[in-house]
Design a protein around this ligand. Structure first.
Ligand code: GCO
Length: 255
């Protein structure tokens, strides 16, 4: 009985920002557990390439392209899913961006773009998915938090505020959507080897800091988050909601 709890066969998962990075790792993991995955991005060429690779591996893959800060585009995408009979049982709100600059130098427009992309989008897409999940009486929403859902680091204020908001948005979703059979949880990655962090990985001082500050003394690999996503997307977590699970090598738990 135990392993079938993690079986996603017959489920459809939308993963935002999934043509590369953590989102692609989530898509690979959920597909490997049996889900049909909808890859999302804004770069159609990169999206199609990722879909081709995953289909070649035998996975069932759809694609959708929209800007997560464009509400009209989000609504149109969900109307397309409705028209095509695509029922999204699992949503991974992964899409996000980073913008590193001290607040004293930060333009309000740059602040707003990060908040819109990393936090408001998770609400809008989450709301549209949950409206449909509630009609079916079940669903899984997985938001992407961060170490910065708990701890601040200088020069990434808008990202930190957005990710702190993700932690509380996840709890708000759990509060309102539980009676509809929806579980909402978050994953808090540590310092991961992704394109977004390339500048940090290639900075010897920052690399040394991450390795010294992380109990496991290394950066995380995107594929190391897949198991947590499968758990939160599956029946194995049917009584878990409002939680954030840190996959961070132990960093958030120690000084
Ligand atoms: C940064 C990084 C972090 C990590 C991650 C940690 O500039 O400090 O981008 O924000 O990417 O979010 O959980």
């Amino acid at each position: 009985m135990s392993l079938t709890l993690f079986d996603l066969s017959g489920k459809t998962a939308l993963i935002t920002g999934s043509s590369r990075g953590l989102g692609r790792a989530f898509a690979e993991g959920l597909a490997g557990a049996g889900a049909r995955v909808i890859l999302h991005g804004t770069n159609e060429a990169r999206l199609d390439a990722a879909a081709t690779e995953m289909r070649a591996a035998g996975h069932d893959v759809l694609t959708v392209a929209f800007d997560v800060t464009d509400e009209a585009a989000i609504l149109a995408a969900f109307e397309r899913f409705d028209a095509e009979g695509v029922e999204i049982e699992i949503l991974v709100n992964n899409a996000g961006m980073q913008f590193r600059k001290p607040m004293l130098e930060l333009e309000t427009s740059d602040w707003q773009k990060v908040i819109d992309t990393n936090l408001t989008a998770a609400f809008v897409i989450g709301r549209e998915a949950a409206r449909r999940m509630a009609q079916r009486g079940s669903g899984k929403v997985i938001n992407l938090g961060s170490l910065t859902s708990e701890l601040a680091r200088a020069t990434v204020a808008p990202y930190t505020v957005a990710k702190g908001g993700i932690k509380m948005l996840t709890k708000a979703m759990a509060a309102e959507w539980g009676e509809a059979g929806i579980q909402a949880n978050a994953i808090g990655p540590g310092y991961m080897l992704t394109d977004m962090n390339e500048a940090l990985v290639n900075n010897p001082d920052f690399d040394a800091w991450v390795k010294g500050r992380t109990p496991m003394r290394r950066w995380g690999k995107p594929e190391e988050l897949a198991g947590t996503a499968i758990y939160l997307a599956s029946d194995a977590s049917n009584y878990v909601s409002g939680q954030i699970i840190y996959a961070d090598g132990g960093m958030v738990s120690v000084l």
